[in-house]
Design a protein around this ligand. Structure first.
Ligand code: HEC
Length: 173
């Protein structure tokens, strides 16, 4: 028994670094790649600081990693994303879900609502470097720690304790 448990753990140990690398992406490359997104999306902090100036066709992506679906206040989401949020109230945008969404937003919405007529208002598809873009978004997402699981989100790690809002100001000086 012990041997098989050990073997299982060893397999995980070998697999993890490769997985972590894939999932984490490269935020510097992602920043360059984000040029494709900014026609429609800005990244603006709650205090009004522009991290990336961008369009308003899509929601502000500040804090999107770790945020529930369709949760940017004041943005008018399409029916597909609203249905997605209603059917998955406990799901937040984590790395895997974001990579899948930006690869093909409408396919993602169909898959995760179970509604073949559902679609996303986002018509853009990113065919490569998705994980890099998500790593870049995670750098500007205070709640990313729990969701992304990557190094990019390390400063937000205390959020796992629950009170992200309280933890964030304490970390600055
Ligand atoms: C042509 C405009 C356009 C481009 C380019 C675009 N998006 Fe979007 N995006 C949208 C729209 C519109 C929505 C809202 C979707 C809806 O309501 O169905 C959206 C929604 C999203 C959401 C969901 C956010 C939430 O609050 O639930 C994410 C994440 C996202 N986009 C990421 C990206 C990323 C990353 C890129 C670049 C790789 C990108 N988008 C490029 C228009 C765009």
């Amino acid at each position: 028994m012990k041997t098989s448990l050990f073997a299982t753990l060893a397999t995980f140990a070998l697999a993890m670094p490769a997985l972590a690398q894939d999932a984490a992406g490269d935020p510097a490359k992602g920043e360059a790649e984000f040029k494709k997104c900014k026609a429609c999306h800005m990244i603006q902090a709650p205090d009004g600081t522009d991290i990336v100036k961008g369009g308003k066709t899509g929601p502000n992506l500040y804090g999107v990693v770790g945020r529930p679906y369709a949760a940017e206040e004041g943005y008018k989401y399409g029916e597909g994303l609203i249905e997605l949020a209603e059917k998955n109230p406990d799901q937040v945008w984590d790395t895997a879900h974001l990579v899948e969404y930006i690869t093909d937003p409408t396919a993602y919405v169909k898959e995760h609502t179970g509604d073949t007529a559902a679609k996303s208002k986002m018509t853009f598809k990113l065919a490569k470097n998705q994980a890099d873009v998500v790593a870049f978004l995670a750098q500007h997402s205070p709640d990313a720690g729990a969701a992304a699981g990557g190094d990019a989100a390390a400063p937000a790690a205390p959020a796992a304790g629950g009170d992200a809002a309280a933890a964030a100001p304490a970390a600055t000086n």
